[in-house]
Design a protein around this ligand. Structure first.
Ligand SMILES: [Zn+2]
Length: 497
């Protein structure tokens, strides 16, 4: 019987095999040194398939050198190979060693295999045809065009194709783990994740010194072809070997890129951040200006059994740990996946206060060049209904049979992240909306209308504003409007003089 430990100990060793019994398709042998039983399959001793029969080649008592190649579980003995021994000898004549790292010159390559010249020896590189294999990445990137050179590792001599078998070097994560390396982008791939066709996943492949291939997953927002075109240099922080592709997995070291102005926190950093968007299963918090943290309900450990939005509200302050950098987009900002650590109850922002109404942290920029913030589609109608379509200044209703000329005005403009809440809104006629946005009047904390000096000194011309100077605005209950928002308008829009 052979133990598991022996299984590891014999593979790769060279022994003399003493033939004990010759069968139709192989022979039982005894390994001379270890005295262990072995089985030599016919294909491992005879070169040709047609002739001669094995009984003509081997007799009981013959010895021949073999390499132990495996443990044959069904026969409960070692699988040995004379052919592997001959290949080993042939390899020795080339002066090359298994595992030796060399540079090979590409002669011809297809999607499945590549012939090369390595140290003057004809060599073959074959790889799994898997689309995610490093061979395919090299092939697609053009690195296997005739005449180019690649790094390879000697595997064995292969008599069947009279060539040296080589393979791509196996990545060794211990060499690079955690370090930031400058790498060269060789290929970009975009694919849709099957689970959710809407989600585009970008994969960047890069190399350091043309050798180890590094795979970086970037998520949907990053436009890789803009940020890191093939041939460009990208700083990478190597994490691990990606079990799926067998390549290095890495994150882009954002802090060293042109996007560093975004102030993306480092992986592992702990931050306190307000929740800005929330749904049944996911939430966003704001880590920094234009840097969003994303977490799932599953990362809110054990605490939430029902919907996430019954547990957290926009404005809640949460403590999170940066898990990974998901994407960076020059136009829209960065997103990090974060682990939810805890909700900071003592720091809850009171959403009914002025400050809560003043700024909409969740304001999302519109796509495209205009760069404004997306508005709540229901904002205008909510405001008009709340004020019964009556101008807060002149009190007039400019409506005809359900059509309304009235406008919903932001006190803190949307372009300044003013919120879409009623506390930040006035219902104004088009004239007074224009005057309000241009600072020709404002409203003080007592809700009294104050005309600008320029309007007051304009005489009859500005009467449509100045005749309301000193009057109380048609706002209703005193706390309907954010005093902080009014104060902001006085300081930033209103023309004092
Ligand atoms: Zn008006």
């Amino acid at each position: 019987m052979t133990t598991g430990q022996d299984t590891e100990s014999l593979i790769g060793t060279i022994e003399e095999g003493v033939v004990r019994r010759v069968l139709d398709y192989g022979a039982d042998v005894e390994l001379s040194r270890s005295k262990a039983p072995g089985y030599l399959h016919i294909s491992q001793v005879r070169e040709e398939f047609t002739s001669p029969p094995l009984t003509d080649l081997l007799r009981v008592g013959d010895t021949l050198p073999v390499v132990v190649v495996c443990f044959d579980g069904t026969r409960n003995c070692w699988g040995v190979s004379h052919r592997a021994y001959k290949n080993f000898q042939k390899l020795q004549t080339t002066g090359l060693q298994p595992g030796q790292k060399l540079v090979g010159e590409v002669l011809h390559a297809t999607e499945l295999r590549c012939s090369l010249r390595v140290e003057g020896v004809q060599a073959q590189l074959s790889a799994r045809p898997h689309p995610w294999s490093s061979y395919r990445v090299l092939f697609e990137s053009g690195a296997l065009s005739p005449g180019s050179t690649i790094n390879v590792e000697v595997d064995r001599w292969d008599a069947s194709c009279e060539a040296l078998r080589v393979q791509l070097p196996q990545p060794d994560v211990r060499q690079l783990s955690g370090e930031v390396q400058q790498a060269k982008v060789i290929l970009l791939r975009a694919r849709y994740v099957k689970k959710n066709k809407q989600r585009l996943q970008n994969i960047i492949y890069a190399t350091i010194d043309g050798s180890d291939i590094i795979r970086i997953e970037a998520h949907e927002l990053l436009k890789v072809e803009e940020g890191f075109p093939a041939g460009s240099s990208v700083p990478l922080r190597i994490n691990a070997i990606d079990a799926y592709s067998g390549m290095f997995a890495a994150d882009i070291a954002w802090e060293l890129t042109q996007f560093s102005a975004l102030n993306v926190p480092a992986v592992g950093e702990i931050r306190r951040a307000p929740v800005i968007w929330i749904s049944e299963r996911r939430a966003h918090c704001l880590l920094d200006n234009r840097v969003v943290g994303y977490f799932r309900k599953s990362s809110v450990l054990g605490e939430v059994r029902e919907r996430l939005d019954t547990y957290l509200d926009p404005g809640d302050i949460v403590e999170v740990r940066i898990f990974e950098h998901m994407n960076v987009d020059v136009a829209r900002g960065a997103c990090c996946r974060v682990d939810f650590l805890r909700r900071l109850k003592e720091q809850f922002a009171d959403r009914t206060t002025d400050e809560g109404a003043l700024v909409d942290l969740g304001a999302v920029r519109r796509a495209g060049a205009t760069g404004g913030f997306v508005r709540d589609a229901s904002f205008r109608w909510n405001v008009l209904e709340a004020y019964d379509h009556r101008c807060c200044v002149c009190g007039v209703r400019y409506t005809v049979q359900g059509r309304s000329a009235m406008e919903a005005a932001h006190i803190v403009p949307r372009s300044n992240r003013g919120s879409d809440l009623l506390q930040n809104a006035l219902c104004l006629c088009p004239m007074h909306h224009w005057a309000f946005d241009n600072g020709l009047f404002t409203i003080d904390d007592e809700l009294v209308i104050r005309a600008a000096g320029a309007a007051l000194s304009s005489g009859e011309e500005g009467a449509w504003i100045t005749k309301f100077h000193g009057q109380v605005a048609h706002i209703g209950e005193g706390d309907r409007i954010s005093r902080a928002a009014l104060s902001w308008h006085r300081r930033n829009i209103f023309i004092e003089g």
